[in-house]
Every structure is written in C-alpha cells, then in structure tokens.
Ligand binder design. Structure first.
Ligand code: NAG
Ligand code: NAG
Ligand code: NAG
Ligand code: NAG
Ligand code: NAG
Ligand code: NAG
Length: 842
C-alpha cells in the first residue's frame, strides 16, 4: 500500500509567509482577453448526473469548468512556481455519484524536464479547492498521447474506487479511498510497449506511453458494489491492447477477437447499446495519424465490428474523439484526429455506426460542401474568415476530445489544437441533405496561450504580445478578444517583441519557423503592429530567440534560438557579433540609438557603437545566470539586471552595480509609471524576496510589496514574462506559459514604506573578466520545454533535406514531421499551421 507523501489542503485562503520587510497589497487580476483558448484542449468531460456540469483539460494551462452561459472558469489559478506541474492535466474524472467530486491527474513531463512526481488533485467542491495526493511516479500532461483517455476513471457503482492508467511502464493503479491513496494493480497484464520514437534521447518521445484509458461497464454492476466489468486500453501496437476484468479488477484478460493493428485512443461506453466504441490511430497523437479505425464491441455477444466511417483513399487520418449521445441509442460521433487538409473532419452516425455522415463532403474537387455555418464571434482572430491570413482550416486539428452533453442532444463540444468548438443545434445534423449546424468557437474564458514576449510602449496600444503557437496580438482593448492576430508575415509562433524607445510605434518581432515556409523570421512594423513587413536582412532558416531594437528603431540585436548573436542596421544582412558571449541576454537603451547591453555570467557588457562591438563593464556579484536586462525608458544608462543571485541596479550604464537587498533570485522584471509625476519608475519583479512571488517597488528596490496572492500563482515564475505600463501607475502585465496574459491593478491600500535607502547593499566592483557561462537553469529549461511550441518541436523531425520530387497542387509541402517534398509542382507552398503547409494556386 502506498501512502501519499503529501496530503495538504490547498486553499485560496492560505497565507503566504514573507520576510518582515515585505508587505503585500491587494491586486485585481484579470485575463487580458484573447478568447478562443489558443492552445490544445485534449478533452472535455461532461458529468453524467448533473445537468450542465462539464470540465475541459489543457496540456500546459490547467483545467476549466463550464458555466451555463457557455463560458469557462479556470480552476488552477492558485498554482504557483513550486507547483507549476499541476498545469499539465493528463486526465479528468467527474464523479457520476457525487458530482461535487472532481479528480485531475496532473504533472507536466515524465522525463527530466519535470523533476517532480505527478499527483491526483482531489476536489469535493467541483474544483473550487483541491487536495493533492502525490503519486510515486511522474504524470505527463504535455507528453505524447495526452489526448488519449481518460486514463482516470471513477467506479459508477462504488465511487470510492478509482483507477489510473500510468505512463512510463508503471501500469495500472487503484484507489479505494476517493483517490487519497493508490496501490498498483499487480495482476494487470500490460504496462505498455509503444514508444513514439525510440531514437529520441530526451526522454520525451522515447518514454513508454503506457495505459491509455479506463472505462467501467456501468451496466455490469449494481449500486453500492464495485463494478465487475472494467475495460482498459493500452498503447500497444500489434499485440493485445484492450483488456477486461469481469471481477472488479482481480483478474484481467485481453478481450478476445480484438484487432490491435493501431493504438486505441478512446473507449466510450454506450449504455443503451451495451457496447464499447473504440477509436484507433496509427500514432499516439496529438499531431500525427495517417490511418486508423473505429470498432464497436458488443459486450453481450463478445463480438467486434469494424465501423470505421471511411475507407480507401478517404482514410488518411487516425481517429481521436468519440462521443456517445446518452439520450439517443446508436447516435455516436467520431473525430478524425488530424485531417490536415482540406479541413478537420467529424463523423456522425444515428444507427450505431452502420452509416455515417461527415461535417463536410467534396462537392467537386477541390470544392467542399460544408454542412455548417461558422461562428468565431467569441474569438474573431481564430478563423480563416479573418481576411488577411491564409488559413483555410476551420474545423481544426488534434481532435481528441469530442463530447455530447448527456442532458442535451443539441449541445456538443470538442477540443482542437487551438480552441474549443461546438454548438447548440447538433440535431440539425440529422436533417438530411439540408443539414446545416452552427459550428461555434466556444472557448470563452479559456486563456491557454504560452506568452513569449510583452511590451507596453509609452504611446499607442498599451499592450502588444508575442505568443507561442498563435503569433501575437495588438491588445487595443484588454477586455475584448482581438479581431486579428499578427499577419503578413504570419508566424506560427513569435518568440519575442521589442519597441524603439524614441519611436514607440516602431516595433520588431521574431518568428520561430526554420523550414523556410514563413519567410524571414524578423518582422518590422512602423504602426505599432497593425501592419508588418519582413526584414530582408534576416537569413533564411534563422529563427527564434530574443531581440533588442535600438532607440531610433534602425538597428536590431538578435540572439537567435541557436544562441548566435547577430546584428543588423537598416535591414542590411545580419552579421555575427563576436564580442558578446553567445549565452548573453540582451537589451537596447531606450534613448540612445548607439547603446546596447548584454549580460552573461557575472558580467554586464555594453556597446556604444550600435551593437557592433561590446566590452565588459560592471560585475553582477556572484551571478552565474542573468535572466533579463531592462533599461529605464526615460534615462540612458539606468539599467536593471535580474539573475540567479538577485537583482542588480546600475545608474552609470552598467559600469557599477548595486545588489538590491533581500532579493535572492529574480526572473522577469519591468519598469512602469512612477507613483508620483516625475518620480522614479516603479519596478516589478518575479522574484524570490523571502519567497517566490510577484513584487512591486515604488522606490527603486528599497521597499517591496507582494502583489500576487494565494489565488493567483501564475505557474512557473521563470517561464513568465512581465511588462509594466508606463502610463498607468501600478499596472503590470504577466504573460504565463499556458494561462494567457493577466493584467493586475492595485485595488487595496498601499502599505507604508518601512525601509530606507541605506538598507541596500552596494557592490560596486568593476570587472573586466568576460564570462561565457552558459549554465542552464531551471528557469531557462522549463521556459523552453514547457511551451506547447517546444513540445511540438521535440516531437517533430525536421523536414527532410533529402526529400525529392515535388508536391502537387493542394498537396502537402511542409510542416512538423513532414518528410515529403517541400517544393510545389505548381502553386506556392503556404503554411497553414505548424504541422501543415500546402501548395496553393499562385
Ligand atoms: C446508490 O446508493 C446510495 C446509498 O445507498 C444512494 O444514496 C443512492 O441514491 C443510490 N444511487 C442510485 C443511482 O440508485
Ligand atoms: C485489422 O485492422 C487492420 C487496419 O484497420 C485491417 O487492415 C485488417 O484487415 C484488420 N484485420 C482483421 C482480421 O479484421
Ligand atoms: C449485441 O449482441 C446481442 C446478441 O447477439 C444482440 O442481441 C444485440 O442486439 C447486440 N447489440 C448491438 C448493439 O448490436
Ligand atoms: C450552411 O450555412 C452557411 C452559412 O449560412 C453557408 O455558408 C453554407 O453554404 C451552408 N452549407 C450548406 C451545405 O448549405
Ligand atoms: C549616445 O551614446 C554615445 C556613447 O556613449 C555617445 O557618444 C553619444 O553622444 C550619445 N548620443 C546622444 C544623442 O546622447
Ligand atoms: C517617462 O516619462 C514620462 C514623461 O514624464 C512619464 O509619463 C512616464 O511615466 C515615464 N516612464 C517611466 C517608466 O518612468
């Protein structure tokens, strides 16, 4: 019997202990509304007993509960730096007996990227509060196969019993005390053999995927007694992968007659038909799948039937989501996991899988009949009707989560790689050839983006973002979803953004594509992000990383994702800057066009010739890993540097630094509007000041107030980006890795200062020693690895340079994992999303 190592109630009322010198101030935190999610939603689960109760899980941004007005409420915003892996939700179980009970299996990675074991988060109030039960193994909410499931299931006849199907070879686990303690089911015959890519050495794609789903046959038992029949799907290919127990988990056998060619993604019980519907794909998901099937297992007869909706050349995808209409026996739906072109596809049957209709059908190639009206009014930027982008997909990709409301046959929801779609008129689908449902983006309240960079310029829009997977936005109104995302060029992900201090409407951003499909990966705007042009000084296939734009906007310093430090003026070709260590973090002066800064190891570097050359200046104490350099936008040479050893301030262009007293570690920092007109800017820091949190100082680091609270933890501190508003005193923007952007305004009284300036420790050591330390801290590794972008990158193989031949018109010509031709026989290769580029008529 395993005992949980930690069983502490997490309550939003819990206090945070701080050193005496730091007080706190109440802040009001709201999401900057992007709308539409902005990331992968692996599943949506309805409670079968309470009308309208449903939950959605995400892979890096926690879980949400559905509200009656179609909006969603986040459940894991208390998650702080220490508990960052709670935001990876690998499974949800909502109790059919007591709908107040909710369980989440959480943990981000099963490899070294996440050092912590996973935990089952137990709620008895539908997700308002949770108690963690720590598991003796890791859980992979952002691992391959995260759309399979659910791996966690509650016995509908005896709800104290739960099963959890583990990854990494740990097998099947059981709890009989509402998830508090867990024991391995030793007699379960398979821990799984499938690994997505045995040649991967990171532990990400070469880990055993393990158990995929657990489904109780509620028809087999009676109230109050453990359900005898339990089905478990395991990620095995070519060997038994669907197992059953008929004695409440004591003994297990492979279900006879099964076809184990593909991996079983979902096992959905139709109570009325006493049948199990199983979707299969040849890949683990969520990005892959070129073949698959759907099977129906008649539990009474013990017979299998292949009910795959399409065959032959129409079958070029695996299957993901499966939905059963609890009120209409024989009405089921399945989703193509990834039909990259011409669009995602969903099939519906009202006769138990004998016949199917699709959400679209070919009219005459390449024209489609789309049997739906498309509505992205809640997130206008998301769909292809945004006239200036080139997207064609509406229905979506990575469709593993598909659900019909058990109380309302018209209400359905499904998750994609980018959003939640669904609607309230699903029965229209059954209206024959005149069918036409409304397909609506229904992710209002789900803010799941992975934010990479934020700026709050002194004029123009208050906030502009660089975002993983969805590029970025000009946030003209913080409370309204943007109409458009960045375009022309459109990047699948942007990794950073900066503005010119003297010309704040001039901004630059960096894209992350290295396959040539998205043009040059630096874009410049002179109208604060409304329109853009490519920087033709950027070389092809050079991408990612961070940028610093000079004060007049004519010079760009660029640390690429491969740590090359490059520099270009007037959009001339970028050239290498050899006098700055390649590990350096970079910044530009906001007033003087010639001045740039870098920080590496324990040294600050300065350039006074427009980033052509750098020389070492002051010392950052015992720091080994600087995190950010920021510069007072009004004062040349007033520089702050955050590091693994604290926060450092220079007023002489980095010649000498003072260490700020009490700050032992600092990550993202930002300078905002001063408290009093003409005063020194406020400084905000994600830092460790007697504890990790978010802090503000109105007096240049002498007194600090903590501005986050127990209900707002913002996940991994090192993964977040801050911007402070230079026009609104007290306002800070926090870009998270998976929970979108928050903005905070002071709402409580400011505490009185307690310390005076003499309490800072001055270290004015001047050094000329260049350091090239490239220590990888938890900070940098989790920042990179826990974004959805990184996950997709690591699962990818670069487009093969040995691919020969050309792709036909409308054929695929690129994308993550694509190894076929990248040249079009006719038309132009246009990126549709990270995973799919296509030859479009020129
Ligand atoms: C199951 O039994 C419990 C305890 O006897 C009872 O409270 C509950 O209503 C029963 N549920 C059903 C669905 O009959
Ligand atoms: C098993 O499934 C594969 C893939 O769908 C199919 O090609 C094969 O014919 C099936 N085998 C049997 C015996 O049904
Ligand atoms: C399952 O098999 C039984 C026995 O042959 C049959 O009576 C029943 O109709 C089947 N169920 C379905 C849904 O086909
Ligand atoms: C469904 O409705 C939309 C919007 O009115 C329309 O554009 C589309 O052509 C319709 N589809 C069919 C097959 O009638
Ligand atoms: C910018 O800084 C350089 C280097 O310190 C200095 O020579 C130059 O005069 C400054 N320019 C302005 C406009 O202050
Ligand atoms: C810079 O100066 C302007 C004009 O005085 C002021 O409005 C702004 O708040 C200052 N910015 C910061 C970050 O101090």
């Amino acid at each position: 019997m395993l005992r949980p190592t930690l069983l502490a109630t997490v309550s939003v009322a819990a206090a945070i202990s701080l050193v005496a010198a730091v007080s706190s101030q109440t802040y009001t935190w709201k999401n900057v509304k992007i709308g539409g999610g902005g990331g992968f939603v692996p599943n949506i689960v309805f409670n079968p007993s309470q009308k309208g109760l449903a939950f959605a899980r995400t892979d890096i941004g926690g879980a949400y509960r559905l509200n009656s007005d179609d909006s969603w409420t986040p459940l894991l915003d208390f998650v702080d730096d220490a508990r960052w892996n709670y935001w990876g939700v690998d499974a949800i179980a909502t109790d059919p007996v007591d709908p107040n009970r909710l369980y989440l299996a959480t943990g981000m990675y099963t490899n070294s990227w996440d050092p912590n074991n996973g935990q089952i988060l137990i709620s008895t109030d539908q997700g308002k509060t949770f108690t963690p039960s720590v598991l003796p193994f890791k859980v992979g909410g952002n691992m391959p196969g995260r759309g399979m499931g659910e791996r966690l299931a509650i016995d509908p006849n005896s709800h104290n019993i739960l099963y959890f199907g583990a990854r990494s070879g740990h097998g099947l686990y059981k709890s009989t005390d509402y998830g508090a303690t867990w024991t391995q089911v030793k007699k379960f015959p398979s821990v799984g053999t499938y690994v997505a890519d045995p040649t991967d050495t990171t532990g990400y794609n070469n880990d055993i995927m393990g158990l995929a789903w657990v489904t109780f046959d509620s028809t087999s038992g009676s109230n109050g007694t453990a359900t005898p029949r339990i089905f478990v799907g395991v990620a095995n290919k070519g060997s038994d992968n669907v197992f059953v127990s008929n004695d409440a988990g004591s003994t297990w056998t492979a279900v006879a007659g099964q076809n184990n060619t593909f991996l079983p993604h979902k096992g959905a019980l139709s109570v009325a038909e006493k049948s199990l519907y199983i979707s299969y794909s040849d890949g683990s998901g969520p990005y892959d799948g070129t073949s698959g099937s759907v099977w129906k297992y008649n539990i009474t007869a013990g017979t299998w039937k292949d009910v795959t909706p399409v065959s032959g050349s129409d079958l070029y995808f695996g299957f993901g989501g499966v939905a059963i209409d609890a009120q209409r026996p024989g009405t089921i739906m399945v989703a193509a996991l990834n039909s990259w072109w011409p669009d995602g596809q969903i099939f519906r049957s009202t006769d138990g899988g004998a016949t199917w209709t699709g959400l679209w059908a070919w009219q005459s190639y390449p024209t489609l009949n789309r049997y739906y009206a498309y509505d992205d009014s809640l997130a206008p930027w998301i769909g292809p009707d945004d006239t200036i982008d080139t997207l064609t997909m509406q229905i979506g990709w990575m469709m593993e989560g598909l659900s019909i409301d058990p109380f309302d046959s018209n209400h359905w929801l499904y998750g994609t790689g980018e959003t939640i779609y669904g609607g309230h008129d699903l029965l229209e689908w059954d209206a024959g050839t005149s069918r036409n449902i409304t397909l609506k983006s229904l992710a209002d309240g789900v803010e799941e983006t992975s934010v990479q960079g934020l700026i709050s310029p002194p004029s123009g829009p208050h906030l502009i973002s660089a975002i993983g997977d969805v590029d970025g936005f000009v946030h003209n109104d913080l409370d309204t979803a943007p109409q458009v995302s960045f375009s022309n060029p459109t990047y699948s992900s942007s990794s950073d953004i900066d503005y010119a201090g003297n010309k704040p409407a001039t901004i630059a951003r960096v894209g992350t594509a290295t396959d040539g499909s998205q043009g040059k990966q630096i874009a410049i705007s002179s109208d604060a992000g409304t329109t853009w042009s490519q920087d033709y000084g950027a070389a092809d296939d050079v991408a990612g990383g961070k940028i610093a734009l000079s004060a007049d906007g004519d010079t760009i310093l660029w640390k690429t994702s491969s740590n090359a430090i490059l520099r270009s003026q007037y959009t001339n070709a970028f050239t290498t800057v050899s006098s700055l260590p390649s590990s350096a973090v970079i910044a530009s002066d906001k007033k003087n066009n010639s001045i740039f800064y870098g920080a590496s190891g324990s040294s600050l570097y300065i350039s006074t010739d427009g980033a052509l050359t750098f020389s070492a200046a002051g010392s950052l104490g015992s720091s080994t890993s600087p995190f950010r350099v920021i510069v007072n936008p009004n004062v040349t040479g007033d520089v702050w540097v955050s590091t693994d050893k604290g926060l450092f301030h220079s007023t002489d262009s980095g010649s000498s630094f003072s260490a700020v007293s009490g700050v032992t570690q600092a990550w993202s920092i930002a300078l905002g509007a001063p408290k009093a007109f003409g005063g020194y800017p406020t400084i905000f820091a994600a830092a460790n000041i007697g504890g990790v949190g978010y802090f503000r100082s109105d007096d240049a680091g002498v007194n600090w107030v903590q501005i986050n609270d127990a209900a707002h933890g913002f996940g991994s501190a090192s993964a977040n980006v801050l911007a402070a508003d230079p026009r609104v005193y007290g306002r800070v923007y926090i870009g998270t890795n998976g929970r979108g952007i928050f903005y905070g305004d002071a709402s409580g009284a400011a505490p009185a200062p307690t310390a005076t300036a003499t309490s800072t420790t001055a270290t004015t050591v001047k050094t000329t020693t260049a350091s090239t330390s490239s220590t990888t801290t938890k900070a940098s590794s989790t920042t990179a690895s826990s974004t959805t972008t990184k996950a997709s990158t690591t699962t990818s193989t670069a487009p093969s340079s040995t691919a020969t031949g050309t792709a036909p018109l409308y054929g695929q010509c690129g994308g993550i994992g694509w190894t076929g031709p990248t040249v079009c026989a006719s038309g132009t290769c246009v990126e549709q999303n990270d995973y799919y580029s296509q030859c479009i008529p020129s």
